[in-house]
Design a protein around this ligand. Structure first.
Ligand code: FAD
Ligand code: FES
Length: 268
């Protein structure tokens, strides 16, 4: 997918919209995950790595609330946004069964964004659907002269996705729990963590336990670390308080003050 960012996107970030987009394509990558491509968006210039959208699943009254998804990517020329979705429940399965041309309502772009340094050495760690925000982030990091190392983890080889895309931005490694691809074990057991960790910043997104373990390693090694949290959400705009996260500065809504947090501010 080709993407470009319009200068000034940062300043437009606060302009949230409700948009009706059309399904362009749903591409299944394995038995449980797919890429959802939606066209008709005028919000692409606002999108920053870390942002997410609240997507409504229409025609299914039992899926009442919108579901939050990080952007996988966007294509400004085609007014297209894409999402990587793991079909784990009612909403994600029904979304995956939509057809080309169907309408999908989005509130977006929402949330804050990852910090993007210049000319540093950074490590990205993504597990499960937590890899979604890292394609855009990897591209942006590379464009700003950073040396990027990426580790993705999954249960089996089937879960290891986007390695070609990631390798355009940096060195890519993976772990699988059954050893079918990369090193056997959890991300935190990767041999990279056995040596000296000379990174300036670590990013993490994935299951809660994984992010907490990565945060622990970052703290032990005195490395800055940002985690993109996937707390359960309902409204997506700070009204229902169901996404609350305890931080050193009190309770915060992940939907409006996250999803990206400096791990030193989290009460983990
Ligand atoms: C900011 C943010 C970004 C996200 N980005 C992505 C993404 O890019 N790709 C992706 O596949 N998923 C992402 N998620 C998770 C996604 O929103 C949920 O998987 C989805 O809402 C589940 O909807 P469902 O109707 O299929 O599942 P439900 O039927 O509602 O639930 C099925 C099961 O999944 C659990 N579950 C529901 N939501 C979550 C969650 N947020 N975290 C952990 N478990 C959950 C439920 O407790 C239940 O056990 C993100 C979540 C957040 C908050
Ligand atoms: S999801 Fe409602 S306040 Fe965050």
């Amino acid at each position: 997918m080709t993407s470009s960012r319009r200068p000034g996107g940062f300043f437009l970030q606060a302009m949230k919209r409700i948009e009706d987009l059309k399904v362009q394509n749903i591409r299944w990558l394995n038995s449980s995950s797919y890429i959802l491509e939606l066209t008709g968006s005028e919000a692409t210039a606002d999108i920053q790595p870390g942002n997410f959208a609240e997507i409504r699943v229409d025609n299914h009254p039992d899926v009442f609330l919108r579901r939050p998804f990080s952007y996988l990517d966007f294509d400004e020329e085609r007014n297209m946004v894409s999402f990587f979705v793991k079909a784990i429940g009612k909403g994600t399965k029904k979304l995956g069964a939509m057809e080309e041309g169907d309408n999908v309502s989005l509130i977006h772009p929402l949330g804050n964004e990852f910090s993007i340094p210049e000319n540093k050495k950074v490590l990205i760690t993504g597990g499960g659907s937590g890899i979604a925000p890292f394609i855009m982030l990897g591209r942006e990091l590379k464009e700003r002269g950073n040396e990027v190392v990426i580790i993705t983890g999954g249960r089996t080889a089937e879960d290891i996705l986007f390695t070609d895309e990631f390798s355009a931005y940096g060195e890519v490694y993976c772990t699988t729990e059954d050893g079918s691809l990369g090193e056997k074990g959890l991300i935190t057991q990767h041999s990279i963590f056995a040596g000296e960790l000379n990174f300036d910043l670590i990013y993490t997104c994935g299951p809660d336990l994984m992010m907490r373990a990565i945060a622990g390693i970052a703290k032990e090694n005195d490395i800055a670390c940002e985690a993109s949290l996937e707390n359960l959400m309902a409204c997506g705009f700070g009204a229902c308080l169901c996404c609350i996260q305890e931080t050193t500065e009190g309770n915060k809504c992940v939907c409006t003050e996250g999803p990206v947090f400096n791990i030193n501010n989290l009460k983990w």
